[in-house]
Design a protein around this ligand. Structure first.
Ligand code: NAP
Length: 351
């Protein structure tokens, strides 16, 4: 067996950092050899530094590592970032400047014009921004990001329908509490309740969706955003894991319902063709049951990497409507970043 590539995790002690450790445990290509967090955790063994919040114990190999400060040059070339957004922007840039490949889950650089906001099934061509990014910024390293946890589900719902000419999409989320990190929303606020506001989330969903579904224009060396209007309503609901998103979508010319269903059934892309280790067999799973998908029953299926779509039907306002579900801390965070790194490896970007 080929030697695995050593990887590090920035922000390893946080909620998403823990998901990175869990998701990468036993990964066939990557092996965690370096963990970093704030000075509060630095110098401690990971097992002592972290209040482990996930089911099961922290993976043995990583639990014995000593947490370091986030300084470039000390860890391996490839680092995943799960840093708090208040510090991620600057630290990730320092690492890229220092020659590291930063595969980030934080929001800070997602909308930078020269930074790919990657969903491997949708926009692998956006990796062509990397040479420009390195040239413009004078970096030997690079930054690649994954979308917000609700955006990834919305874009997976829309991507198979892009050939029909999407003009409008209205999305309403029912977002799990794990998306707010730990301890997240106070139990007194969320038990038996719905909170119809998540700061900055609606803007992120709207802008990120247009960028992800946009086209890479080789002549201009830029992404031309999808020219569709996107409106998001974001709500926090008392669900532990799994963001549900209901979507209404309008087209330039309305396709037949059978064409929409076929677009979902047949949707496969590069991660499936290349059999990337974390790629789900079917990125979008079309459900036939009248009351699915449901977070408790479906979020964990396919290792949390597929997006489930159901109830595809006519919409009296736009053209069609449907309901979708994605695992917010896996496909919406750690798993998304790992799949990005696998795509980058398969493109020779980690050589
Ligand atoms: P979190 O639990 O608060 O963890 C934040 C991490 O950043 C910890 O490892 C923390 O280290 C580290 N950190 C904080 N200040 C630092 C500093 N000054 N220097 C170095 N490291 C520092 O946050 P999270 O929920 O895992 O989220 C991490 C990132 O992912 C955020 O940008 C968030 O927006 C994004 N995100 C989260 C989710 C989700 O479902 N939770 C989904 C998508 C995206 P210490 O433990 O040492 O303080």
């Amino acid at each position: 067996m080929q030697a695995r590539i050593e990887v590090g995790v920035l922000g390893a002690t946080g909620m998403v950092g823990q998901h990175f450790l869990k998701f990468l445990d036993g990964h066939p290509w990557f092996r965690i050899s370096w963990l970093a967090a704030s000075e509060r955790s630095a110098g401690k063994r990971y097992g002592e530094a972290v209040p482990w919040h996930l089911a099961g114990a922290a993976p043995d190999g990583a639990a014995g590592l000593t947490v370091e400060e986030c300084q470039p040059g000390r860890g391996p070339r490839l680092v995943f970032s799960a840093l708090d957004a208040s510090v991620a922007g600057e630290i990730e840039q320092e690492f890229a400047r220092g020659g590291h490949v930063v595969v980030s889950n934080s929001r800070n650089h997602r909308m930078d014009a020269d930074v790919p906001l990657l969903v491997p099934e949708i926009n692998s061509a956006h990796l062509k921004l990397i040479p420009l990014q390195q040239r413009q910024r004078g970096w030997k390293g690079m930054i690649v990001t994954n979308p917000n946890c609700s955006t990834v589900t919305l874009t997976m719902v829309l991507a198979p329908l892009k050939p029909f000419g999407i003009t409008k999409a209205v999305a309403t989320t029912l977002q799990a509490i794990s998306g707010a990190g730990y301890p997240g929303v106070a139990s007194m606020d969320i038990v038996g309740n719905v909170i119809p506001f998540i700061g900055g989330e609606e803007e992120k969903m709207q802008q990120e969706t247009q960028k992800i579904l946009g086209d890479y224009m080789a002549s201009a060396g830029e992404i031309r955003p999808l020219p569709a209007m996107v409106s998001a309503h974001c709500n926090r609901v008392p669900v532990v894991d799994g963001h549900t998103v209901t979507v209404s979508v309008g087209f330039e010319k309305k396709p037949a319902l059978a064409e929409v269903l076929e677009a979902y059934e047949s949707f496969r892309s590069i991660p499936q063709e290349r059999q990337l280790p974390s790629a789900p067999a079917r990125p979008v799973v079309l459900m036939q049951e009248k009351d699915r998908p449901q977070p408790r029953k479906d979020a964990e299926r396919d290792r949390g990497m597929a997006v489930f779509v159901g109830r595809v039907r006519e919409c009296p306002v736009l053209d069609y409507k449907m309901v979708a579900l994605g695992h917010n801390t896996i496909r919406g965070a750690a798993g998304a970043a790992v799949l990005n790194a696998e795509l980058m490896y398969s493109e020779g970007l980690l050589d």
